[in-house]
Design a protein around this ligand. Structure first.
Ligand SMILES: NC(=O)c1ccc[n+]([C@@H]2O[C@H](COP(=O)([O-])OP(=O)(O)OC[C@H]3O[C@@H](n4cnc5c(N)ncnc54)[C@H](O)[C@@H]3O)[C@@H](O)[C@H]2O)c1
Ligand SMILES: O=P(O)(O)OC[C@H](O)CO
Length: 333
C-alpha cells in the first residue's frame, strides 16, 4: 500500500448516512476509492443519489456526484475491502449485530463513532470483538467536523488498531490529500480520548452559556483534560495518545467552537434552555458512564461528575460552579 491512500484497493463500505458517514464517504472517493454509503433512511438514500446532497445532516453541502447510497446493507458490503461503521455509539451494537454473518472474515472494520456503551460501560471495540470475532477491528478519531471534512478542508486524525502494521496500512488506505491519518496501536487510548472529549465539550459549552467568561472556560477545559487523562489511564490508555489528535486535539476543537454539537448542547444547558430535539450530542450519554466509571475506580472527576448531575437536573449551573470552586485547595498535579 502506498502513502496517501491514493491507490484504490477495492471498495469501501461506509455504514451510516448521517453527517460523519457522508463526509467520510466523500473523503473515500477523494482518496481514490470506490465507495458505497449505506443509510437506513430512504429519504437520505434518494437525496444522495438524485440531488447529490444530504439535506438533513449536511445541509448546503454539495456532494461528489459519484457517491452512491443504498438502503440495502448487503449491497453496501458487497465486495468491500474495508468497512467504516459510522452510527451513533448507542446504536453501534445493533449495527454490529446486523453485520455478523454478512461481513467477510478478515475484512477490517473501522469504528468511527465517539462514545462508550450505556449500561455495559464497554468501548465500541470491545463490543465489536465480542460480536465479530473474525473481524480485525480499528478506530478512527480526531479533530474533524463533518462539514469541514465534507468540504475538503484539511485535517489530521488517528487510526488505531492493536496490530501496529494494520493500523498503519489502514491509515494509508483512508488518507487523502486533505485527510491525513496518523496511526497507533493504542486502540483504547484513541477510543477513550474521542469519547471523553465530548463530555468536556458540554462542560465548556455550559460555562460559555452561563456567561462565566473566557477565563473560566479555559480553566474548565484544562482541568477537564486532567480528568480525561485520569479516567483514560484507568481504561488503560497511553498518556501520549491522550496528548495527541484523539485527546487534546479534539478537545481543542470541540471545546472552543459552536460548530460542535456537544459544545452547543452545553451552551443550551448553561442558558437553561430546553435540550429536547437537539442534534446528536454523544457526550450527554457518555457523561453518566464516565462519572460512574470514575466513582467505581475511586478517581476524582468533579467536572465530569458536574456535567452528569447537571444533565440529570440534580444541580443548577450556579450550584455546580460553587461546588467546583469550593473544593479543597490542592496541588495542580
Ligand atoms: N458529525 C461530526 O462532525 C463527527 C465527526 C467525527 C465523529 N463523529 C461521530 O460519528 C458518530 C455519528 O455521528 P454523526 O455526526 O454522523 O451523527 P448524525 O446524527 O449526523 O447521523 C447519525 C446517523 O446514524 C443513523 N442511525 C441512528 N441510529 C441508527 C441505527 N440504530 N441504525 C442505523 N443507523 C442509525 C441516523 O439515521 C443517521 O444517518 C458519532 O459517534 C459522532 O461522535 C461525528
Ligand atoms: O459536533 P460534535 O461535538 O459531535 O463533534 C464532532 C467531532 O467529534 C469533532 O471532532
Amino acid at each position: 500500500m502506498t502513502n496517501g491512500g491514493m491507490n484504490a484497493e477495492g471498495r469501501i463500505a461506509v455504514l451510516g448516512g448521517g453527517a460523519w458517514g457522508t463526509a467520510l464517504a466523500v473523503t473515500m472517493l477523494r482518496a481514490g476509492h470506490d465507495c458505497r454509503l449505506w443509510a437506513r433512511d430512504a429519504d437520505t438514500v434518494a437525496a444522495v443519489n438524485e440531488t447529490h446532497e444530504n439535506p438533513r445532516y449536511l445541509p448546503g453541502i454539495g456532494l461528489d456526484k459519484r457517491l452512491a447510497a443504498t438502503a440495502d446493507i448487503g449491497m453496501a458490503l458487497d465486495g468491500a475491502h474495508c468497512v467504516l461503521a459510522v452510527v451513533p455509539a448507542q446504536a453501534m451494537r445493533g449495527l454490529l449485530e446486523d453485520l455478523a454473518g454478512r461481513i467477510r472474515a478478515g475484512t477490517p472494520l473501522v469504528l468511527c463513532a465517539k462514545g462508550i456503551e450505556r449500561g455495559t460501560g464497554k468501548l465500541l471495540s470491545e463490543i465489536a470483538v465480542e460480536l465479530l470475532p473474525h473481524t480485525p477491528v480499528a478506530a478512527l478519531s480526531g479533530p474533524s467536523f463533518a462539514t469541514d471534512v465534507a468540504r475538503g478542508l484539511p485535517t489530521a486524525v488517528t487510526v488505531a488498531a492493536h496490530d501496529e502494521v494494520r493500523a498503519s496500512d489502514l491509515a494509508a488506505l483512508l488518507s487523502s490529500p486533505t485527510f491525513r491519518c496518523y496511526s497507533t496501536s493504542d486502540l483504547i487510548g484513541v477510543e477513550v480520548g474521542g469519547a471523553l472529549k465530548n463530555v468536556l465539550a458540554i462542560a465548556a459549552g455550559a460555562t460559555a452559556g452561563a456567561g462565566l467568561g473566557a477565563s473560566a472556560q479555559a480553566a474548565m477545559v484544562t482541568r477537564g483534560f486532567v480528568e480525561l487523562r485520569r479516567v483514560g489511564a484507568a481504561f488503560g490508555a497511553e498518556p501520549e495518545t491522550l496528548m495527541g489528535l484523539s485527546g487534546l486535539g479534539d478537545l481543542i476543537l470541540t471545546c472552543g467552537s459552536s460548530q460542535s454539537r456537544n459544545f452547543s448542547y452545553g451552551v443550551a444547558l448553561g442558558r437553561g434552555e430546553s435540550l429536547e430535539g437537539r442534534p446528536l450530542a454523544e457526550g450527554a450519554s457518555t457523561a453518566g458512564i464516565a462519572a460512574s466509571i470514575a466513582r467505581e475506580k475511586g478517581l476524582q472527576a468533579p467536572i465530569i461528575e458536574a456535567v452528569d448531575r447537571l444533565l440529570r437536573g440534580e444541580v443548577t449551573i450556579a450550584q455546580a460552579v460553587a461546588a467546583l470552586m469550593g473544593r479543597p485547595l490542592k496541588s495542580e498535579r
